[in-house]
Write a protein that binds this ligand. Structure first.
Ligand SMILES: Nc1nc2c(ncn2[C@@H]2O[C@H](COP(=O)(O)OP(=O)(O)OP(=O)(O)O)[C@@H](O)[C@H]2O)c(=O)[nH]1
Ligand SMILES: [Mg+2]
Length: 362
């Protein structure tokens, strides 16, 4: 699962990418090609896993991860470049970084107005999709003249519906589609169909805690946050960059001095994970406590498959307990005695925060 970081020039995309992934791009040859995409992995912070680790004291604790891609600044021109477009189409979700910080040294197109930037970039994404759709409709209509098939008719109807949505400036992520329809157009990897997280990059201030909370309202993005498959969060790139250089104790003091109890970055990572429709379940033991990633709605064997494909094929049952019930009980044995450890079968839908022990016949 990949999340692409997009935005207008000089809004803080690469800075955010570096803090998210701990990447030191300079060491990899720097920006010899500024249009090249950077790819990196971020750990998904998880207090539940921290607590399980405290219980088991395992040799190793492994967090879930999200992959981020930092691309060049977006615009009508960039979207005509094949390499840029390919990088962007290949991601599963987008983070749109919005300039909301004041700094005269760093130019921006016009005044600071994140809502305008949201609309402009959205427009560019939709134009790119529309161009692609129109080409495809032409092709499908040609084929239909040669011979109508049910598949072609279905695709044609869906493309027309998508085109109509885009023409009234409705991004495809807001279009209701059946699972079958989604599958039908998945191959196009439409840009305006990807779930999107808007990240307001705000100024540093003594009241940063409150400013982060109020940012969506202040910059008039409340309505945007309510739209389907979209969410809004705020960060302060400058403060996050300083935090990234500190050890844990220093960072905690620093956050507190701003009236914060967690970094905006932690929230941003969590939100991008949610936006992708992902949940975590855990495996816990003396060797390793680990978070595993599955799509919301996955059944137990599919969860087992995230660990190892053999476990999916030879799945019998999963001993399952919610992470907090396990902590309450103090151990698996105590939970079993209390009856809070359940045996779940093949039809069980994995819940966020489950601790599972897979029984298999392999
Ligand atoms: N004041 C301030 N400056 C920032 C912040 N985030 C980034 N910058 C500065 O803005 C400039 C651009 O930052 P980048 O992270 O390179 O921005 P970008 O969006 O990747 O830029 P392009 O890839 O060139 O479009 C740099 O000089 C950063 O130091 C911030 O939160 N506050
Ligand atoms: Mg950049």
């Amino acid at each position: 699962m990949k999340t692409g970081i997009i935005g207008l020039p000089q809004v803080g995309k690469t800075s955010l990418f570096k803090i998210l992934t701990g990447a030191r791009l300079e060491e990899h040859g720097g920006y010899s090609n500024p249009r090249e995409a950077h790819i990196g992995v971020a750990r998904v912070p998880d207090e539940r896993l921290d607590k399980l680790s405290a219980l088991y004291s395992p040799k190793k604790t492994t967090y879930a991860t999200v992959e981020y891609v930092d691309v060049a600044a977006i615009g009508q021109e960039a979207l005509k470049e094949t390499a840029f477009l390919t990088n962007l189409r290949n991601v599963d979700a987008l983070i749109h970084v919005l300039r909301a910080f004041e700094d005269d040294a760093i130019p921006h197109v016009g005044a600071i107005d994140p809502l305008r930037d949201v609309k402009n970039v959205e427009f560019d994404l939709m134009v790119s999709d529309l161009t692609q759709i129109e080409k495809r409709i032409e092709r499908v209509e040609k084929d239909m003249k040669k011979g109508r098939t049910a598949d072609l008719e279905r695709e044609h109807a869906l493309l027309l519906r998508s085109k109509a949505a885009l023409e009234k400036e409705q991004p495809l992520r807001e279009l209701e589609m059946t699972a079958e329809e989604k599958k039908l157009i998945r191959g196009f990897m439409f840009l305006s169909q990807k779930p999107i997280l808007y990240a307001l990059n705000i100024s540093e201030s003594a009241t940063l805690g409150a400013d982060l909370e109020n940012a969506a309202a202040k910059f008039k993005l409340d309505a945007v946050a309510q739209r389907p498959n979209a969410a809004v969060t705020a960060i302060c790139g400058k403060v996050e960059a300083e935090l990234a250089e500190m050890d844990e104790a220093e960072a905690a003091d620093f956050l507190e001095s701003y009236g914060l109890h967690e970094s905006g970055l932690v929230r941003l990572i969590r939100k991008s994970y949610e936006l992708l429709g992902l949940i975590s379940f855990f495996t816990a033991g003396e060797d390793e406590c680990r978070a595993w990633t599955v799509p919301l709605g996955s059944k137990a064997p599919q969860g087992a498959g995230a660990i190892h494909s053999d476990l999916e094929h030879h799945f019998i049952r999963a001993e399952t307990i919610r992470w907090d019930a396990l902590l309450d009980a103090g151990s698996e044995a105590a939970a079993r005695a209390k009856g809070t450890l359940r045996l779940e079968g093949k039809e069980y839908v994995v819940q966020d925060g489950d601790v599972m022990h897979i029984r298999h016949s392999g």
